[in-house]
Structures are given as C-alpha cells and as structure tokens.
Design a protein around this ligand. Structure first.
Ligand code: KG4
Ligand code: ZN
Length: 332
C-alpha cells in the first residue's frame, strides 16, 4: 500500500509518498520562508498564492523522486485543518482532483494528528501509552496517547504557542523569520543563565502553558540590556521556554502511567529541547522518542502515513471535504 500526502496548512508546500511499512519513498518541501521573511511573519494571502504556484511542481517532483507511477498509489491524503483556510484549500482541492482523476480514495487528515503520526512513522517501537509535547508555530499541547490510539489533550496554551513565542522574540532580536532554528543554534553558544526568566505556573496544577508573559519579559530584556550579546539573550530565553515545557511534561509524567515520552512539531527539531527532554527521560526512567527534524516541521510524509492510521478506523472523505481553520487534536 502506498499513500500520497499533501500538506499546505501553513507556509510550507510539502508532498510525501510513503508505503505502509513506513518507508518514505519521496518527500518534497517548497519553503515559503523567503516570501514571508520581509514581513516578519506569515501573510495568509501570500501563503495561498505561493501554495498555488508550488503544489503541482512539488507533486511532480515527488513522483520523480519516488520513481513510482500514479497507478501505484493506493490513497490520496491531505491536511484539512487546523490552519490557514486559503492555504488548506489549495492542498484539499489538489487532493480531490487527483483522487477523482486517478480514481483513488481521498482521506482528509487532521494536521495535528499528522504531527503525532510523524513519531509513529519514525519510531514504530515507541511503547504505549505515551506522553508527549506537540510544539509548533501555532500549537503547544501536552498529549497522552492510549494503547488503543485514543488521543487525550492534558494541557494546551492559553495564549501564544512555543514556536510563535520564539519567532516573536527573535524578530525583536533582529533575526530572520522563522527565528526558532537560529535561537536553537545560539543556545549552545550563549550563556543560558545570563538572564533568569521566571517559569510561569498556573493554578491548581494545570498542565496548560502561558507564554505571553515570558514573551513580554524577553522583549523588555532585549531593550534593557543593549550591551548583552544576542547569543546570551537568545540562550537565556530559549532555556526559559524549555523550562516551562518540561515543567508541564514532568507534571504529566507524575499524573499518568506513560511508558514513553515523545516530542513532535516544528519546535521538536530543536537540538536543545531534545537534549533537555532526553535528560528528563533518563531521570524518570522513560525512553524518549523524537522524529528527525525533516519529520518535525510540517511535511507531506506525516500526512501520508496518518492516512494509513485513519484507514484502519475506516475513515474516508468525500469530495465535499472542507478546510477547517480550527480543529482540536482530539478530532479525527
Ligand atoms: O510544525 P511547524 O513546521 O509549523 C506549524 O505547524 O506551526 O513549526 C514551525 C515552528 C516555527 O515557530 C519555528 O521557529 C519552529 O517551529 N522551529 C524551531 C526549530 N525549527 C523550527 N524551533 C526551535 N528550534 C528549531 N530547530
Ligand atoms: Zn504543523
């Protein structure tokens, strides 16, 4: 069985071709970073136009790389939400057209379930139940996956997401969008204790996150310490973001019976986050699973593989599939 996955929920146009054993036959990604960099963040109108330009060449390149023929594809999958509606529409309508033209079943996938599928694709040995973080530009959630694949959300952000927080701080620091990768690199160079940011705690042992206070404190620190190196500022800030992520993860470990820990989403590409979560896993005796960076940031392979998981539940979409700007991770 072979699945073709289309991902256009935000600012990357990506197509993956994956077989059911988890082998990635092709993964192509057209980044829009340069389109949005001048604006310091994603401009939805420009994102959908860029997806329109990129989608068919990216599908074509994926087939060339995989060296398979469209006849060999068994299912066509696409992310249908959450995300930018104009961006999602491009991927959804392309998937519908391919499904109709090639007479293959269409499966619309929740983008967030796609991020979870990335770790199942990369780490099939991961023991269940598993506990983890989904950390990206738009989402920060504590997730528990039951042995029967039921997904529970134990905590979510009450304001900004972790990636968004890094990107906004980086913008004030003068870094190009998205700033997460550069901040991550700087964390290994600067002094992580140059500035001590407090870890925001919420009442009643809540596992929710709140990053807006930290973001304001980070911007103030940049203004207050013009003498300080960008590396010191960035590494202190990154440490504070990760301190909060790990604080909630530890709370969740204490409250659940997890047999493993995972991190997924764009921010899970961070070498620093991976190092800190691995240390936490060692200290509590739980193995840690992290997909490679190419499967952490938005990609078509995670959507393609998630299509197989949906198929096991008998899920199929019709040509009336619509984009959903908001979609909880608990929804299929
Ligand atoms: O999952 P993703 O590609 O798109 C969304 O669904 O949001 O995540 C993008 C986010 C951006 O905020 C970006 O700055 C962050 O992931 N990111 C990183 C790294 N690579 C990407 N953050 C920290 N370290 C990285 N290496
Ligand atoms: Zn994403």
């Amino acid at each position: 069985m072979i699945s073709l996955g289309i991902e256009t929920s935000c600012d990357d146009t990506s197509v993956g071709i994956v077989d059911q054993s988890g082998k990635i036959l092709a993964q192509i990604r057209a980044s829009q970073d340069r389109v949005h960099q001048v604006w310091g963040g994603i401009v939805p109108e420009l994102a959908s136009r860029a997806h329109l330009e990129n989608i068919l060449p990216v599908v074509d390149m994926a087939f060339r790389e995989s060296m398979i023929h469209p006849d060999d594809v068994d299912i066509i999958t696409c992310a249908y939400g959450p995300g930018l509606v104009g961006s999602l529409l491009v991927g959804i309508e392309t998937a519908k057209a391919l499904s109709l033209a090639w007479n293959k079943p269409l499966i619309g996938v929740n983008h967030l379930r796609g991020h979870l599928a990335a770790v199942m694709l990369a780490c099939p040995e991961m023991a269940m139940p598993s506990l983890g973080l989904l950390v990206s530009g738009g989402h920060s959630e504590v997730i528990y996956i039951e042995p029967d694949s039921t997904v529970k959300m134990l905590g979510e952000t009450r304001d900004d997401a972790a990636g968004e927080t890094l990107d906004k701080f980086g913008r004030v620091l003068g870094l190009t969008y998205p700033a997460g990768p550069e901040i991550d690199r700087m964390t290994f160079i600067g002094d992580q204790n140059a500035i001590q940011f407090p870890v925001t705690k919420l009442k009643d042992g809540s596992m929710d996150f709140s990053f807006s206070g930290l973001k304001t404190a980070g911007v103030r620190a940049i203004e207050k310490h013009p003498e300080m190196s960008k590396e010191d500022l960035a590494s202190s800030f990154m440490k504070a973001v990760v301190d909060q992520l790990l604080d909630r993860l530890l709370l969740a470990i204490e409250k659940t019976e997890a047999k493993s820990i995972f991190i997924v989403g764009g921010v899970a590409s961070s070498a620093y986050l991976k190092e800190r979560v691995t240390k936490l896993g060692d200290s509590v005796g739980l193995p840690v699973f992290v997909p490679p960076p190419s499967l952490c940031t938005d990609n078509g392979s995670m959507i393609a593989y998630c299509g197989f998981l949906y198929q096991q539940f008998g899920r199929k979409s019709g040509l009336d599939l619509q984009p959903q700007s908001r979609l909880p991770i608990t929804a299929m």
